[in-house]
Design a protein. Structure first.
Length: 507
């Protein structure tokens, strides 16, 4: 069970003094008394934000299990394992949060960008991770009760090939030196008629149509298309809007809309699968035939056959509202701030980020097996509800199940436990219908009820509204993410950038 981090119980906890802030050189980096370093984060989608102060403590991610078990210790809590096998991590302790950050984040946000202050680079700098690589494997969306959720696994230092369901293809991270976000070059976008969950079509003769895309214009505004699991949708540059809508109407038979849709599950599955063609890594192996890999362009683009192909089925870009049963497309077509591939492009895939080689690999993966907590969720909510990466941050977990402050699991009204039957004695206390007369009346009653329901159904049965495309558009759909670069840092320990220099550790 994840519990609150209590800095007062940690003898190694300290705050970062003003003058050693890692958050940059902005004017408000220190508090009004110039004692603490102030950190801030924001999300332009729903205007949510957080404020925090920078801190430092030792952090342990594993590696001492065998040594502890040899000593008969199976729980590292209360031992000195963090000091002996961990590393000092600079992070931020939230003091205020609003919007999404206050209502959704359970146990903090962990940044995996290329910034010097990101979690992955702090591990490398301190020789706790040999290679500046990591893998995020996002499972496909699954229905949990009335809610739709996705989860996944993160691997530090590389990836586990056993989770891959297609070959790993590598594309170029085109971000320039000093930029901290991952950027790729989208060369083409296609629609595949009839849908399908994989880059491999479900059946033969599924037509694929290429959109009229000027790739230079599509990628221009941010110096590339930003790949960010914290973006909850597909955000396309406005230059593709006309072609996207025209081909959609030809293939689907209806206009594309951001409004609410009444669709059946089969109709969602039949919507076009979006296929993104991404420029191959500069060092891609060209010694084999790219036509042998389904997730390489091959004959689809003979001039660029080694480009990667990323399939995005409708089950990923159509979001279902469980309370109304309606769907809404999570795609923006009129972005004036550039293009983003968000979490709905990454679900069902394993993404490998290699900071040393400036490359990003991806493969279809359907068997990420996260370790579930007792509540049934993944331990790191970054995979249940991915967030925008904040390089030095931590947050507030939910209260433990046995914490008195947890009003959900410790309510006095919580007397019924799902899956637990009531005692038989309570059932036998109820009076039963055992006489012939009673049974006859009950039988006739059931027959009349069934007849009434049948008549009502035929008279008032719901009409097929699956083709009704509501033109209601949410005003929030135009909220786009801006690209904020990392500011300079004062701490000289973070002056070396891992992506463009020799890798060395520091103490």
């Amino acid at each position: 069970i994840i519990s609150f981090y209590q800095q007062s119980l940690s003898p190694t906890f300290s705050t970062m003094p003003c003058g050693r802030c890692v958050g940059g050189q902005r004017e408000d980096v220190c508090d009004s008394n110039r004692e603490f370093c102030v950190a801030r984060g924001y999300n332009l989608v729903d205007k949510s934000a957080w404020t925090a102060y920078e801190a430092r403590d030792v952090f342990y991610v594993g590696g001492a299990d065998a040594e502890l078990e040899a000593k008969g210790i199976f729980d590292p809590e209360g031992t000195d394992v963090a000091e002996t096998h961990g590393f000092p991590l600079v992070f931020a302790c939230q003091t205020e949060a609003s919007g999404w950050y206050a209502s959704q984040v359970q146990d903090g946000i962990m940044g995996f960008s290329t910034a010097r202050t990101s979690f992955i680079n702090q591990m490398v700098f301190q020789d706790k991770l040999k290679y500046p690589r990591f893998c995020m494997c996002f499972e496909k969306k699954v229905l949990m009760g009335s809610d739709m959720r996705s989860a996944g696994v993160v691997t530090l230092g590389g990836y586990n090939p056993r989770i891959l369901d297609s070959p790993m293809v590598y594309v170029q991270n085109i971000a320039q030196e000093g930029e901290t976000r991952y950027k790729v070059y989208v060369r083409n976008i296609y629609f595949r008629q009839g849908g399908g969950q994989s880059i491999v079509p479900d059946r033969e003769r599924q037509s694929v149509v290429r959109l009229n895309l000027d790739s230079d214009t599509f990628n221009a505004k941010n110096g590339g298309t930003i790949l960010d699991s914290g973006v909850p949708m597909l955000v396309f540059d406005e230059s593709i809007q006309e072609s996207f809508k025209a081909e959609w109407k030809k293939m689907v038979g209806q206009k594309f809309t951001l409004g609410k849709l009444m669709l059946s599950e089969n109709e969602v599955l039949a919507l076009p699968t979006i296929i993104i063609q991404i420029r191959a890594h500069d060092g891609v192996d060209t010694s084999f035939d790219p036509r042998t890999l389904p997730n390489m362009a091959g004959d689809r683009d003979p001039k660029n056959p080694f480009d990667g192909l990323l399939a995005i089925p409708a089950t990923h870009y159509m979001e279902r509202n469980p309370s109304t049963g309606t769907y809404r497309a999570r795609i923006v077509l009129d972005s004036k701030l550039g293009s983003f591939l968000g979490i709905n492009a990454m679900e069902g895939h394993a993404f490998v980020y290699d900071l040393r080689e400036d490359r990003i690999g991806f493969s279809e993966s359907y068997n990420c097996k996260p370790k579930n907590s007792p509540a049934g969720l993944v331990d790191d909510d970054m995979f249940e509800l991915p967030t925008i990466s904040i390089e030095t941050s931590t947050g507030y977990p939910v209260a433990p199940l046995d914490d008195p402050s947890n009003t959900v699991f410790n309510s006095p009204d919580r007397t019924f436990l799902p899956g637990k039957t009531q005692p038989r004695a309570q059932l036998e206390d109820a009076n039963g219908c055992v006489s012939a007369t009673c049974i006859s009346f009950v039988t006739v009653g059931y027959a009349l009820i069934l007849m009434s329901l049948a008549v009502a159904y035929h008279r008032y049965r719901p009409r097929d509204r699956s083709k009704h495309w509501d033109n209601e558009v949410s005003g929030d759909d135009d909220e786009i993410f801006d690209d904020y670069g990392e500011t300079e840092v004062l701490n000289p320990e973070f002056e070396q950038h891992i992506r463009h220099g020799q890798i060395t550790g520091f103490t």
